[in-house]
Every structure is written in structure tokens, then in C-alpha cells.
Write a protein that binds this ligand. Sequence first.
Ligand code: PLP
Length: 393
Amino acid sequence: MKLNEHYKNLQESYLFSTVAHKVNAYAAAHPSAKILRLGIGDVTLPLAPAVVAAMAAAVEEMGRKETFRGYGPEQGYPFLRESIRQYYARRGVTLAADEIFISDGAKSDLGNILDLFAAENAVLVPDPVYPVYVDTNVMAGRRILFADAAESNGFLPMPDEKVQADIVYICSPNNPTGAAYSREQLAAWVNYARRRGAVILYDAAYECFVREEGLARSIYEVEGAEECAVEFCSFSKTAGFTGTRCGYTVVPHALAGGALNKMWLRRQTTKFNGVPYIVQRGAAAVFTEEGEKQIAENLAVYRRNAARLCRCLDGLGIWYTGGKNSPYVWLRCPGFDDSWKFFDYLLEEANVVGTPGCGFGKNGQGYFRLTAFGGEDTTAEAAERLTRLLSRG
Ligand code: PLP
């Protein structure tokens, strides 16, 4: 037996464990401190009542002989695929229901899709970004190139014809920077991919936060994208499904002459047995009139939190991206070159926890991520403490 030696090339991710360790140590030494956590990108509001009711009804169905269901279709129940098809159609994107595959979340599919591509493909990953793209490719031994994001490009790298990539990751709105591409900018990436015969893996996990005109919520808003892009999306951030688990991936028939859709179907039917019926019923309730209204109320809370953090940084004159079309606010650490030093300063002087930007790639050094997924009171108090602390120096 030989092990997959590529695993040795993985860099240990100490980001969230180090954050937790530092926060726990501080809390132990200062038991009376009220620590405000704006670090982890997890939601805090509960599932919408319409989702809970749909799941409860599905539990009842599963408990009755006449309505019990065993194995479902691996690619998802038709009722949910159809709801998602209509969700795209309302935004002007035409998809066929069999181009939509239901999964237990975007993370699994982002990793699993790599089964479909040869190991010799070169991969282009933005820096900084969600670390899963790099790690899943390191595991497969692929060559990884980086697209540098920086203040100079608004943390939105654009294609460079000199770079020869076969698989291109785009995350918009981006985690951690909150920066979101416009349709015109995405069109440049689509052109790049089509010219090269490359595939774009487009992560739209935060699409529901996009509000500004001209910014894309789906890569299929760009003409020709169906010939070169797979899109990943999730109910995690839209509808609070981080613990419930449901997402979807769009693999158009126009990609690779239909080969990719067929291969993904084959892969899923072989290695995956579908998302629980109960969860899919809950996900479908997200698209009902009632569900949409309730979810919009939850998203409004996160948006208000983001706006609160942006106002705080505006007042302090600190450079940042995100916040407007994203639950993440990405700021330049004021007076610090090192993200961890700024982390310690905020923890010790304001008892506020964020995430050091250097944990998302080398270009994140000197930057910091705050999330809008915390409670409203927590966020407001954190903003006040930041204002008090950072206007001093
Ligand atoms: N993609 C991005 C950019 C994320 O930030 C996350 C989670 O934080 C995911 C995907 C994972 O989503 P899911 O919960 O659907 O697996």
C-alpha cells in the first residue's frame, strides 16, 4: 500500500484553531471580559419558520407507510431542482433542471468536481481566497498558480493572457475580501476561459448578498459562460443551512460538448446517495413566497450589520472592501503590517475578535476580516469599541 504523498504537501491550517486558542487563553485570564466574536463565517440566525414547517411535514411523511421514502435520486428530487431552475429564470438565466445537481453543500462539490479533471491541468486560484480550492488541488498533486488580489485591483484580479491556466477558480462575492465582480469583469474571464479551452469553477455561495446594479449573482448572466463554467451555490449563507447541509451545482450541457454534465451525473450516482428528503423539502421552502419573505428579513439583519461595520470604518478613514454586497468586511490593519499583531491588539484592547487576513493567502497579510453574521447588538457594540480604540491612535 502506498499513501497519497501529495497530502504531505498540505500546509497545516492553523487559522481558526489559533484564533480559538488565543481567544480561550484571553478569556481564561480575563474571566470578566465580554468578548465580541466577529471571526467565524457562520450564521447566527435560526432557520426560517417556513423551512422548519416544511421539514417537520417531511418528517411526518417519513413516519407513515404510505408516504415513506427510501433512497432518492442521487442528483436531487425534481421538486427542488425545478424550484432552483425557476430561481435562476427569475434572474434571466435559463437552465434545464437536469443541469442542476443537489448536494450536501458547496464545499463537498468544490472538492468532488476535481474527479472530473486530469491531474496535469494547471489551476489558477485567487489570493486571498477560501482555502478549500488550494487544499483540494494540493491533495490531487495539481500545479497551482495564483492570481494576485490587492488594493490596486480592488481585490478583484483580472485575467492575464500570459498565464496558462486550465481550471480557474472565481469566488464572487469573495470570501474573505467581500469584493464582487461586475458582469463586464466576468465577461473578461469568460473570454479568457473560452479562448484557452479552460473551465471556470465559479463559487456563488454569497450571491444572495449582491445588491448593486451591474454586479453578477451568477456567472451565467454573462453570455457564453454556459460553455466554460460550472457554478456552485449553497443554502448555507442564504438560508442558514450551515448545519442543515444543502447546496447545488450547475453543470451545463454546453460544457465540453455535454461530456462534463454526463461525467458529473455518473460520478454522483456512483459516489453519492443524495441529500435527505427532509432537508430537500426544507430547501424547497426557501423559494416559497413565505420562505423568501422570511429569509429576506434574516438577510436584512446581516446587511444592517455589514453597513454598521462599514460606517465605523468610514468614520475612522480605514481602507476596506466588501460590506455592501457581502457579509464580509475586509480592512487594511491600521498601523499594523502584521494581521496577527492587529488581531492581538483588538482582542486585548477592545475584546473584539476578527480573522487575520494572512490566513487566506500571502496577499492577505496586513488585512483583516470582520463578519456581519454576528448578532445585531454584538455588531453594534463591536463597532463602538473599534471606533473608540482606533480613533485614539
Ligand atoms: N464557498 C465559500 C466561498 C465559502 O466561504 C463557504 C463556507 O464558508 C463554502 C463555499 C462552503 O459552503 P457549504 O456550507 O455549502 O459547504
